[in-house]
Write a protein that binds this ligand. Sequence first.
Ligand SMILES: Cc1cc2nc3c(=O)[nH]c(=O)nc-3n(C[C@H](O)[C@H](O)[C@H](O)COP(=O)(O)OP(=O)(O)OC[C@H]3O[C@@H](n4cnc5c(N)ncnc54)[C@H](O)[C@@H]3O)c2cc1C
Ligand code: SF4
Length: 298
Amino acid sequence: MVKGDPELLGDHLGVFTARSTESKITKITQDGGIVSAVMIYGLEEGLFDGVIAAVADPDDTEEPWKPRPVVITDPDEVLEAAGTKYTYCPNVSVLKEAVRSYGCEKVAMVGTPCQIRAVRKAQFCPIGMRHVPDKIELLIGIICMENFPYEGMKTIIEQLCGVWVREVAKMDIGKGKFWVYTKDGEVKSIPINETHPFEGEPCHVCTDYCAELSDLTAGSVGSPDGWSTVIVRTEKAKGILDDMVDQGLLEVKSIEEVKPGLGLVQKLAQVKKDKNQKEIEERKELGLPEPGKVHESL
Ligand SMILES: Cc1cc2nc3c(=O)[nH]c(=O)nc-3n(C[C@H](O)[C@H](O)[C@H](O)COP(=O)(O)OP(=O)(O)OC[C@H]3O[C@@H](n4cnc5c(N)ncnc54)[C@H](O)[C@@H]3O)c2cc1C
Ligand code: SF4
């Protein structure tokens, strides 16, 4: 496995590009289906007894594409959560429920870098999370440059892309654009710059692009369409991925063999760190709240 710069990607054992070999997975998932494939495999093999993911109902007449966090215990239900929703979904909020209500002892969770950080903090200092930290089996991070509040995402889709949100089959960010694929097979896109005003405020002080504290990270950047860039960080994650490859469930290539490759992942990680660190410094100068700083009154 190729290794990149830990300053940009976080500590890791290696990076590769991969996709699920099962078309029933890849025809639904966002990219190479790594997140869903790992969850299905883990539940089937008894490595996990619950996985936490984000489910939306595009046919919901009130709020289609508004995700809610769910605890999934049946591998057949994992694909109901597949696909990226470019809005917040509080996956961490059901972690306690997974343990206390569902009785899970080996939980896997997918999350944005900020969510993975929140869980690691809870493991380190489990105030209000008693009995939960040792039940977390695997944290699957997703690469994340930005996110949008639900109304912001809806405005991007409906007002900028000109598509009713209930007509959306898939959304994506890539090649400098926000893409919307409709249920009728239409494709609309707008330059990503036009979406910046709708970004969530916390995303402007977030310097973690690659979910640096996860066990493994998956993203689209760096890999060809339909494939995922996978950053493996822990021996536990490596063991699961190796077993999946041995069983023919994953197809893997060196990240050096594909374009645009690891260079783009690292370039964008650097862009996010530089841009948002500058914002943090500006906030410090103005005495505004900054990430990681505990208020003096506490
Ligand atoms: C807000 C956001 C921003 C992203 N930005 C980038 C980026 O800049 N560059 C990049 O390379 N990749 C980005 N991704 C990741 C990318 O879109 C895919 O999620 C990733 O490549 C995994 O693909 P997959 O085929 O393995 O996922 P799938 O197998 O389809 O699984 C995706 C999993 O993510 C969960 N999920 C979906 N939306 C959310 C959400 N909002 N919050 C928490 N969990 C969710 C789903 O429930 C599902 O389990 C982003 C994802 C999100 C949610
Ligand atoms: S940019 Fe950072 S704060 Fe915003 S959703 Fe992604 S990981 Fe969370």
